[in-house]
Design a protein around this ligand. Structure first.
Ligand code: NAD
Length: 392
């Protein structure tokens, strides 16, 4: 099958196995060129391991610290006629690379919110890993089925309090236009917290603790985006921001509850980057393409792997990690500092459909978007016939 990108709205509905493998190899190569991580964790569980920040976390733990990694993800298998999702191919490529380095690994494909997948993970850990030193919680999902009530909750991306009109960029049509978002209802807020808040993170840690699988001094982290003025109305101060505030609540609760193993739970605030999750958030594609240009000019641009390698070396496994006022590990300083934000705000005021390609790093955004799905790598032959049926 010859595989070309099929972009629909903010998503690409297919993926290229060879390109996805290339994406994984490049991240591994970056980590291997860095100094090894001191005091690296040996047994690592990554929940949401197949794309974006979770994939980068798994690669960093495995190739920067030689960890045995268990990854949990929710991806679609390929068929004869249809490619798999990118995360499926990424996981296959991770396995291949890890195997060739003699690393230990295992992946579980299924709904991480369910009790069944938690139990399957626990069984694997018990039989093959021993106790866990690090749990990375990196899920991004629009839906969650509550395992106790069976009720399905959907998250929404809406402002809180009042209607909000702003600029956005339509990646599919290559158009800058205005968008008006209606305010969230109380139910919208509660549902979004239910899906993307801390409850499921706490359930994972409880399940691991109940099975006596948390090592002493175990650490756990969940990822957040804090952002600044331009993104607050649709992120920080919006429904998703409420869910992320709930992660702060959960991290304190986890620290208090699991003192017997001296668990340390951190929320880590990461920079805005093109991922499958962020492409779906109104405002973010425009904001990201503008900030990419500014940060590349300042020489501070990073991708997922650079952010996460620094999170391990300057945050989770540093002697004195830098924390923000709320006690989070904060890795987003190159983006959120006042000088950089002032530059992006000035561009934001000016940007229109006509000048978008001049003011923003459209090419950078678009190329990174394509690469998420394994497209746009200069050393991959996209006219070649490839077999989509890759297994792991
Ligand atoms: P992503 O879409 O690239 O990755 C999501 C991961 O979750 C994938 O591995 C997917 O398979 C997995 N997943 C989704 N639903 C699942 C389910 N039900 N069961 C098992 N696995 C499931 O997203 P991302 O951007 O890497 O986001 C990860 C975290 O980082 C999120 O909490 C997000 O809010 C946070 N974050 C993202 C950004 C950004 O700009 N992208 C910035 C800061 C923080």
């Amino acid at each position: 099958m010859v595989i070309k990108p099929k972009i629909r709205g903010f998503i690409c509905t297919n993926a290229h196995p060879v390109g996805c493998a290339e994406n994984v190899k490049r991240q591994i190569s970056y980590v291997k060129q860095q100094p090894p991580i001191e005091n690296a964790p040996k047994n690592v569980l990554v929940i949401g391991c197949s794309t974006g920040y979770g994939l980068a976390s798994r690669i960093t733990a495995a190739f920067g610290g030689q960890a045995h990694t268990l990854g949990v993800c929710f991806e679609k298998e390929p068929t004869e006629k249809k490619t798999a999702t990118a995360g499926w191919y990424n996981t296959a490529a991770f396995h291949q690379e890890a195997e060739s380095e003699g690393l230990k690994f295992h992946s579980i494909n299924g709904d991480a919110f369910s009790d069944e997948i938690k139990q399957e993970s626990i069984d694997y850990i018990k039989n093959n890993m021993g106790k866990i030193d690090l749990v990375v919680y990196s899920l991004a999902s629009p839906k969650r089925k509550d395992p106790e009530s069976g009720e399905l909750y959907s998250s929404v991306l809406k402002p809180i309090g009042k209607q909000y009109t702003t600029k956005t960029y339509n990646t599919d049509k290559d158009q800058v236009h205005e968008v008006t978002l209606d305010p969230a209802t109380d139910d919208d807020i509660a549902n979004t917290v239910k899906v993307m808040g801390g409850e499921d993170w706490e359930r994972w840690i409880k399940a691991l603790h109940d099975a006596d699988l948390l090592a002493n001094d175990c650490q756990t982290t969940a990822y957040t985006y804090i952002g600044k003025k331009l993104t607050w109305p649709i992120y920080g101060h919006a429904t998703i921001g409420r869910a992320k505030e709930d992660l702060d609540r959960a991290s304190s609760a986890l620290d208090d509850t699991y003192k017997d193993v001296n668990l340390k739970a951190y929320v880590s605030s990461l920079k805005a980057l093109v991922t499958q999750a962020s492409s779906a958030i109104p405002v973010m594609p425009l904001y990201i393409s503008l900030i990419y240009g500014v940060m590349k000019e300042e020489g501070t641009h990073e991708g997922c792997i650079e952010q996460i390698y620094r999170l391990f070396t300057e945050g989770l496994y540093a002697e004195t990690p830098e924390l923000d006022d709320a006690g989070r590990l904060h890795m987003d300083g190159y983006e959120t500092n006042d000088k950089t934000q002032a530059k992006v705000e000035a561009l934001w005021d000016k940007v229109t459909q006509e000048n978008f390609h001049d003011l923003a790093d459209y090419e950078g955004y678009h190329n990174d978007f394509l690469k998420l799905f394994g497209f746009g790598f200069d050393n991959v032959d996209y006219d070649a016939d490839v077999n989509p049926k890759v297994n792991w």
